[in-house]
Design a protein around this ligand. Structure first.
Ligand code: SF4
Length: 267
């Protein structure tokens, strides 16, 4: 079956390989925002007890949740939402879609492991999609007594062996300063290095925020401007699991149809 739609140079440590394929699906995902960037004031690389959602997830999977600095169970923890998302100053003008849900899920898991721990979520506004509202957000507050405080954090510093979170309680309209044992940064999504590399390899234009551009509108979310190249999941912008799975299915069908079309004999 002739499938000479696209030619791609694959570079690896062992050399360059030319691959002829009928179609390509770019599914290179995202990378997490680096909270240690110069403009950030969260102390991620300075203080052991400041961690990210990803670090917290690893700890929760191990079944033990302790302060990295002491190995003891924490008494006060806070999450800081929207780290590296919804931020014009750093150029990330998007909501990363999943971090409110993941922080809330982790808050519940922390309360399971350390029931006496006070857990606070500092948020700009909580974005809980679909059933997450009921299954996570309300449950966290009503059953697990997780506290949600609308506020903007401006700085994280250290005092003695505690981490100090400074900012503004925007509901009350007053400055806030709280001492915590641990701070968890809800880092958002950015285009992955693989996404940028694939965009260069296939001459795929990027949309204005830096993700792979799609041109099919709401009814065809996987179509790129390059014939035969499709995109799925967070390579095209912030996406949750359901988005990624449905885009993956749609991209696979489009790719099969494209290969079939170019394989048909011309009359
Ligand atoms: S999902 Fe929540 S934490 Fe993540 S960027 Fe959106 S509003 Fe911020």
């Amino acid at each position: 079956m002739p499938t000479s739609g696209l030619e791609h140079r694959l570079e690896s440590p062992s050399g360059v390989e030319i691959v002829n394929v009928g179609s390509v699906i770019v599914a290179t995902g995202f990378k997490h925002f680096d909270p240690g960037r110069e403009t950030q004031k969260y102390g991620y690389y300075e203080y052991d007890d400041v961690i990210t959602l990803v670090d917290a997830e690893k700890m929760l999977k191990s079944g033990e949740f302790v302060r990295p600095s002491t190995g003891e169970k924490p008494k006060r923890i806070c999450f800081i939402q929207c780290v590296g998302s919804r931020d014009r100053q750093i150029g990330n003008q998007w909501c990363s879609k999943v971090c409110c849900g993941i922080a809330t899920k982790e808050a519940i898991e922390i309360k399971h492991l350390v029931p006496d721990c006070t857990v606070i979520v500092f948020y700009i506004d909580m974005r809980m999609y679909g059933f997450w509202e009921d299954e996570l957000y309300w449950k966290a507050q009503e059953e697990y007594k997780v506290n949600y405080i609308r506020g903007i954090v401006s700085e994280v510093t250290k005092r003695g062996d505690t981490v100090v979170v400074k900012g503004e309680d925007t509901t009350m309209g007053r400055p806030m300063e709280v001492e915590m044992d641990m701070v968890i940064l809800s880092v958002g999504m950015e285009p992955s290095d693989g996404t940028i590399a694939m965009a260069e390899a296939f001459n795929l234009p990027l949309e204005c925020h830096g993700w792979i551009e799609t041109i099919g509108g709401a009814l065809n979310t996987v179509q790129t401007p390059v014939n035969g190249v499709f995109v799925a999941g967070a390579a095209a912008g912030p996406a949750d699991l359901e988005d990624s799975i449905s885009m993956g299915g749609a991209a696979a069908m489009k790719a099969c149809a494209f290969v079939r079309r170019i394989s048909l004999p011309t009359v």
